[in-house]
Structures are given as C-alpha cells and as structure tokens.
Design a binder for this molecule. Structure first.
Ligand SMILES: NC(=O)c1ccc[n+]([C@@H]2O[C@H](COP(=O)([O-])OP(=O)(O)OC[C@H]3O[C@@H](n4cnc5c(N)ncnc54)[C@H](OP(=O)(O)O)[C@@H]3O)[C@@H](O)[C@H]2O)c1
Length: 304
C-alpha cells in the first residue's frame, strides 16, 4: 500500500513552529506583519486571501488587508507598494493574483522590496535561490520540500523529474530539489518522450494544470509522487473519468456539484511508494509556508 503524505498534518506542524517563533519574537517586542493586497472581487482570490489573513490571526502575525477597487491603475498600485515597502510594521507584502488586465502585474511584483517578498516571485528572490543563497522561496515549492523532508523521504541523489516550468511552481521547485542534491530533470510542453523521462523518476513532481495528466504508465512503481495540480471537475462525464465508483468522491460531487483532481491520475497513485493526495496534500502547505516566510522576513530584515 502506498503511503499517503498528509499535507494537513505537516502544515499544522509548521504552523505550530511558526506560532512558537512569533511568541519568541514578541518577547523581544517584534510582531511580524503581512500586508495582503486583494484587488477587486474575484471570488477565488477572496477565499485565498481570507484564509491567509485568518492564518495570520491564528499564529499571532499582524495582518493588514488592503482592497483596492478593480478599476485601480498600475500607478496607484505602485504608490501602494512603495508605501508598504516603507512601513516598519509590515514584513511581508502579498499581492494576490490574478490582477485586472489594466494592471501591469510584473512591474508590481518587481516593485516589492525583495526583503518583503514573501511570495518569493521577485527576480532577486529567484536569483538568490538559483545562487544557493538564503532566499524567501516561493511558498508552494517550499511546501513540496517540507513534505519530502518531514516525511523522511530522501532527496539527495534521487532522480527528481518536474513536469512544468512555470516561474511560480516548476522552476523554483526544480531549483530547490537541486539545492537539496537531487538530480533534476525539468519537463514541459515541448519535451519529447515525456513518459520515458517520468518513468525514470524516483520523485515525480507534477505542476501542469491538466487533470490526471500523469497516467499509471508514466510512473515508476514505488516512486514518490508529488501532485501540485488543482483542477476542478464540474461535469458528470469528467467526474466519471477519474472517480466512477468512488463513494466518498461521489458524495462530495453530489453536495458541491464539483470535485478537485490533481495533475496525476488517481490510478497512478496506487503504483507509488508515497504520494500527496489532492485535495489534502501540497495545497495545504502554501499558506503555512507563507506564514513561515513572513516570520523569516521579519527576522532577516532585523538581522536576526
Ligand atoms: N497552492 C497550490 O497548491 C498551487 C499553487 C500554484 C499552482 N497550483 C496548481 O499547479 C498547477 C500548475 O500551476 P502553474 O501555475 O505552474 O501552471 P502554468 O503556469 O500553466 O504552467 C504549466 C506548466 O505545465 C507545462 N505543460 C502544459 N502542458 C503540458 C504537456 N502536455 N506536457 C508537458 N508539460 C506541459 C507547461 O509547459 P510550457 O512551459 O511549455 O507551456 C508549463 O510549464 C495548476 O493546476 C495550479 O492550479 C497549485
């Protein structure tokens, strides 16, 4: 039986450690602070940001939720970022994506002070990660590494194959695996003979954004499967492709009219040695790592 890597338990352990660090900092008169910028009324973004603000409250981190209207201009947003960069009570700045089309997201992310870049998207943060220097790493990739380490799964000398090369997941996760001494192969939509490569993986990370894309024939038996994908299935036909006969998922589908599936086909998990489920795996680490990054930023900024 494959081992299920429980994202909830790992995220809870990280949050507990962060709360302890926050208490220690409080004894020195320091309270880490996160500014969360939520533009407009995108329902999914509202849910994500609410969870982030709530996590801050749980762990004793100060948070400031700033909600510009969806008519905001790039200039207004740049002024806001400059003000947040200058505030001493703010250690981390989070701009929830996506932004409305008139706002130049790249120039905003570049304007965030690297010392407050708790999402780890700034080119300087990416460069530090590449150079093997202390860096605020992007939260989801950092969560992948925490899952592997805290589950005592080896990384060094393992062949890690990452499918996906986005700036927010694929590239940073590959770099973190390399920094932890894995042998890393990065695959993408132009990769030839993808299955041949994924079948060599001791650790296979899927960050593609396509439901159940990694099928059982693409997986080495006994390997570790890390599924970053979050894909919503809304129709009966889609549901049946993955979960026909699965009573638990059937109940969820009946209740909500949709279910979530990762980038790895559930049948492939059966062949693995260990895997992260979707939901309940990598996704739960993202907020925990954002909290950890906020505390790290607070300490680094003060030379602690
Ligand atoms: N908190 C979380 O858990 C979290 C956070 C972020 C993202 N996600 C999820 O992770 C998934 C990936 O997100 P992302 O932002 O990295 O997506 P993305 O920016 O769309 O990147 C997808 C990557 O997959 C590659 N790809 C697409 N089709 C492929 C194919 N047929 N064969 C091989 N590679 C293929 C693309 O290759 P090219 O570069 O060649 O186009 C690209 O590099 C999504 O499901 C997203 O929802 C989860």
């Amino acid at each position: 039986m494959p081992r299920i890597l429980d994202g909830a338990a790992i995220a809870a352990a990280i949050k507990q450690e962060v709360a302890e660090e926050v208490r220690t900092l409080a004894a020195h008169g320091i309270r880490p602070g996160l500014a969360a910028v939520l533009v407009g009324n995108v329902a999914a973004s509202e849910i994500y940001v609410r969870s982030k603000v709530q996590a801050c409250a749980e762990l004793g981190i100060y948070s400031d939720l700033i909600t510009p209207p969806d008519t905001v201009t790039t200039e207004d947003m740049l002024d806001l970022i400059a003000a947040l960069n200058a505030r001493d009570d703010i250690d981390g700045i989070l701009v929830q994506l996506p932004l409305p089309p008139q706002v130049d997201a790249k120039s905003l992310l570049d304007a965030i002070a690297p010392s407050k870049d708790v999402d780890g998207f700034h080119p300087i943060s990416a460069g530090r990660l590449l150079a093997g220097r202390p860096a605020l790493a992007p939260c989801t990739p950092a969560g992948v590494i925490e899952i592997l380490k805290r589950s005592n799964l080896p990384i060094a000398s393992q062949h890690a194959v990452v499918v996906g090369r986005s700036d927010i997941v694929g590239k940073p996760v590959a770099m973190l695996l390399l920094n932890n001494n894995a042998t890393v192969t990065i695959c993408h939509s132009k990769t030839r003979n993808l299955a041949e490569l994924t079948r060599q993986a001791d650790i296979l990370v899927a960050a593609i954004g396509r439901p159940g894309f990694i099928t059982p024939e693409m997986v080495k038996p006994g390997s570790t499967l890390i599924d970053v994908g979050i894909n919503r299935l809304n129709t009966r036909e889609e549901f049946d492709r993955f979960f026909a006969g699965n009573e638990k998922r059937e109940a969820a589908f009946a209740k909500r009219g949709s279910v979530i599936v990762g980038d790895i086909h559930p049948k492939a998990f059966e062949l693995s040695g260990a895997y992260t489920p979707v939901p309940g795996g990598v996704g739960l680490l993202t907020i925990a790592m954002l909290m950890a990054n906020t505390v790290s930023a607070a300490k680094l900024r003060r030379g602690l």
